[in-house]
Design a protein around this ligand. Structure first.
Ligand code: NAP
Length: 305
């Protein structure tokens, strides 16, 4: 079986002998979701709607107990009942605003109090603002960075060390195809998702051989309340991106959890979205950015400065 050597401790005593024997983990051990146990959980943020709710459904279908985290408690309570009823798994709800550093810091203790260990971490909560930076609402932009970037870094920093110690864990971060090129009209959002993709790829490389994997989900347009929450009508959203690129949230969630199970670094659901992401990544930015400015509904509406 192929194996990789990991020097857990680079420091050596005077005689040159390693302090900690190198740990060898076979690739196969890294390539699956941790087996669900009674005291383990998958902590899923942004589980009150859309992709996060469907990722929770997909994990529960595979036997994982889930801890649902978002601000709106009621839809999560309904989902928790649904998952327990349909799959016989444990499901609990933590209502938390992830822009709040204290709320995030309290999550490990809330799991400890329930006797739970997070073997799976899904950083999926996120939202977008719309419009040019020079007309941006400062509070909304900062809330976006706190939710889409700061919370991802914070929860990884809080939960991944324990996974590494246990040699067991899987992290799924939701970015977007917006990560592959700048996104005029949603500049902060595009940059936040580029951060999530870069961060996840780097962390995944660091963790090779530890038994902990990192997968970054990069969906194209998905049929959720996401665009509406940003003040875009269905017509505007449909105009911005062709119909064949839109996918149901359940399909995106299945692709994400399949990718997590296979230890994939990046998952882009849908062939059209994979092609568009590659093209946008490779195309000279001086060509595509003016086209994107012309097409973006939030920029079409804005009067010229
Ligand atoms: N839909 C798309 O076209 C699309 C495409 C690419 C990537 N994505 C990404 O997919 C992820 C999920 O979006 P979605 O499409 O499923 O949209 P959605 O239905 O609007 O879900 C967003 C989730 O994030 C949660 N959330 C937002 N702000 C939060 C906060 N401050 N604290 C805690 N939770 C918060 C929301 O819960 P509460 O409101 O209850 O707090 C909700 O559960 C996001 O990261 C988004 O950027 C979406």
């Amino acid at each position: 079986m192929p194996s990789r050597e990991l020097h857990l401790n680079a420091a050596k005593p005077a005689d040159g002998a390693p302090i900690v024997a190198p740990l060898r983990l076979p690739y196969a051990l890294e390539m699956a979701l941790p087996t669900p146990k009674e005291n383990t959980t998958a902590l899923v943020t942004g589980a009150s709607s859309g992709i996060g709710a469907d990722i929770a459904r997909e994990l529960a279908r595979r036997g994982h107990g889930v801890t649902l985290v978002a601000r709106r408690e009621d839809p999560m309570l309904v989902l928790a009942d649904e998952l327990t009823g349909a799959h016989g798994v444990r499901a609990e709800v933590i209502a938390a605003d992830l822009t709040d550093a204290d709320a995030r810091a309290g999550l490990p203790a809330q799991l400890d109090a329930r006797g739970l260990t997070a073997d799976i971490l899904v950083n999926n909560a996120g939202f977008t603002t719309m419009g040019p930076v020079h007309r941006a609402d400062r509070a909304a932009e900062l809330a976006l960075v706190r939710t889409n970037v700061e919370a991802v870094v914070d929860l990884c920093t809080l939960f991944v060390p324990g996974m590494v110690t246990r040699h067991r864990g899987a992290v799924l971060n939701t970015a977007s195809t917006a990560a592959f090129q700048p996104l005029p009209g949603q500049a902060g959002y595009g940059a936040s998702k580029a951060f999530v993709l870069s961060y996840g790829r780097a962390m995944g490389a660091e963790l090779r051989g530890t038994g902990v994997t990192v997968t970054t989900l990069c969906p194209g347009p998905v049929e959720t309340g996401f665009a509406e929450a940003a003040g875009m009508t269905d017509d505007e959203a449909g105009e911005a991106l062709p119909k064949f690129m839109w996918l149901p949230a359940a399909d995106v969630a299945k692709a994400a959890v399949d990718g997590l199970d296979a230890g994939r670094a990046v998952v882009i659901p849908g062939a059209a979205n994979r092609a568009a992401a590659s093209l946008a990544h490779l195309a000279p930015k001086a060509w595509i950015l003016p086209l994107m400015v012309q097409r973006h509904p939030a920029l079409k509406q804005a009067p010229k400065p």
